[in-house]
Design a protein around this ligand. Sequence first.
Ligand code: Q9C
Ligand code: ZN
Length: 341
Amino acid sequence: MDIIFSETQRQHRHRAVLYQGQMTDSYEAPERLDAILSALDAAALGPIVPPDEMDLAPIHAVHDEGMVAFLATAYARHAAGDASFEPVFPSFFPPPGQRRRPDTFEAQKGFYCVDMEVPIGPHTWEAARASAACAWTGAQRLLEGERYVYALCRPPGHHAGSDFMGGYCYLNNAAVAARALSKEGARIAIVDIDTHHGNGTQAIFYTDPDVWYGSLHADPRTTYPFFAGYADEVGAGRGEGTNRNLPLPRGTDDAEYLRALGSLLALVEAFDPRWVVVSAGFDAYVHDPVSTFAVTTEGFREAGRRIRGLQRPTLVVQEGGYHLPDLGANVLAFLEALEGS
Ligand code: Q9C
Ligand code: ZN
């Protein structure tokens, strides 16, 4: 299986995110890449190749021009001001029904960043762009006839919407790949197994009849992203019926996780997509620091086996997963089972 990876993704390192008024360590660190790379390397899963050259068109096909421009220039605007503090952080957020785009940089931060988990440092834009390029390149490989491709993306993407960023996510990598695959009206299914609901991906495709989105995740009543991911969100307009959410209780184990995945995959079969994109987060892991689930390495292996059962060309896009000691083993178990090795 081809593994698409860019070294540029390492350059984004936010030592801190703001949580409950305090700077805390971010789990979303470059060491995640090494944890995954060393496991894939040791197992010789496949060639690790850099992404193709990508201009901004595939990003603009998903994201609002204003948001992309904001992300690309935010650090330079910040550094040019009198800021004494490193990353760009928002302070002011639009109240419900007041989502107007202000002219001033200070207010644009909270207009585009919906929480305090997306600080923008000197290389965040380059890393986010490289991450999106990995996913987009993976889509190109599928279009060229590859059966299974793994995009080792970081920062992750599924909490980024067309015009918002949040939850460690700046650009929606899976959405960029899905858009690239949606040529000639081909149907695509995005299966999101990260422990968090992919509120950005859902929002991007909510009214799109050709892109089905299904997610299993911790109940948003108690878990990030809180404001979306409920079972009654089923899509709208021409996209009605192409969105499916399965919130699961605290303590969800392999059996429950796989049962939920089974019901999502039955819906994927019924949708009959040409392509499958997996938003593959491994933060449902029993030891994950952000997880309330109890999924094991064997659970992820079985998830890979079940998705293999779809018998569709599949792009795996890396999302969350923060337990460094076992992250690589979890990714490897999933990918090996997916390709049947
Ligand atoms: N103090 C992804 O997994 N919030 N994003 C944790 C801990 C994490 C996770 C707060 C929510 C975002 C892609
Ligand atoms: Zn997650």
